[in-house]
Design a binder for this molecule. Structure first.
Ligand code: 6PG
Length: 233
């Protein structure tokens, strides 16, 4: 299945569209299987989405039947300003009765990766919706350019390293295989600073010749929700 790219006017419209997709998928999953699993991405882009889910959609479904996982985490305490858990907690998790499956990244990359591997669902696909962001360098989750994708083949969680210039070098990340093991993979990408790399990634994905980490996720199709700024290289 090829990628689906939806251009929306701005970041708010991207967040609203993502919220509608997630709520619709959650309602269907609860009706079919009684549970819904959602993998959160970090960074700043998804904050709008998380706030919407916790406010306008707080009564849209029974959130107590939702399992929330993380696509990656920085190796800091859960209350550290750079923690993805803390960001998502403030924007959403504190307001909704979801089951949170946090990456214990404060234990260090290797220990946390081993522990989190045992937390992930055993089903295939593992998740209902995986959320992804993308950096201007083409990274996603904490899979940065130069990541040894061959070494984590067959694994679900991997230690990772962010290059200089990024918050917190030591990371834990779901692997390319795990991030793709989902009924739906939604990439939310906004802002002019992402435009040039996004155009390259979309070309790479269409050609099947990936060089950037974002190009390697799930060859059978990712849904890109992008704003006009990110759509205009
Ligand atoms: C992280 C994220 C990361 C993020 C991108 C985009 O832990 O930093 O998981 O992959 O999605 O860096 O971040 P922004 O949304 O802040 O541009």
């Amino acid at each position: 299945m090829p990628d689906l790219v939806r251009r929306l006017p701005d970041a708010n419209a991207v967040a609203r569209a993502a919220a509608e997709i997630i709520v619709a998928d959650a309602r269907a999953a609860l009706a079919d299987r009684g549970r819904f699993s959602l993998v959160l991405s970090g960074g700043s882009t998804p904050k709008l989405l998380y706030t919407l889910l916790a406010s306008e959609h707080a009564a849209s479904l029974d959130w107590s039947k939702v399992d929330v996982y993380f696509g990656d985490e920085r190796c800091v305490a859960p209350d550290h300003p750079d923690s993805n858990f803390r960001m998502a907690g403030a924007a959403m998790l504190a307001a909704l009765p979801v089951a949170v499956h946090r990456i214990p990244a404060e234990l260090g990359p290797r220990v946390a990766a081993q522990i989190y591997c045992g937390v992930l669902p055993g089903a295939s696909p593992m998740f209902d919706v995986v959320l992804l962001g993308m950096g201007a360098d083409g990274h996603t989750a904490s899979l940065f350019p130069g990541h040894d994708f061959a070494a984590d083949r067959g694994y679900q969680v991997t230690p990772a390293t962010a290059p200089p210039g990024f918050a917190v070098p030591d990371r834990v990340s779901l692997t390319r295989d795990a991030l793709g093991s989902s009924r739906r993979v939604l990439a939310l990408i906004t802002g002019k600073d992402k435009a040039a790399r996004l155009a390259e990634v979309l070309r790479e994905r269409a050609s099947g010749i990936p060089t950037f980490p974002m190009s390697r996720i799930r060859p059978e199709g990712v849904e890109f929700l992008i704003d006009e700024a990110a759509a205009t290289p």
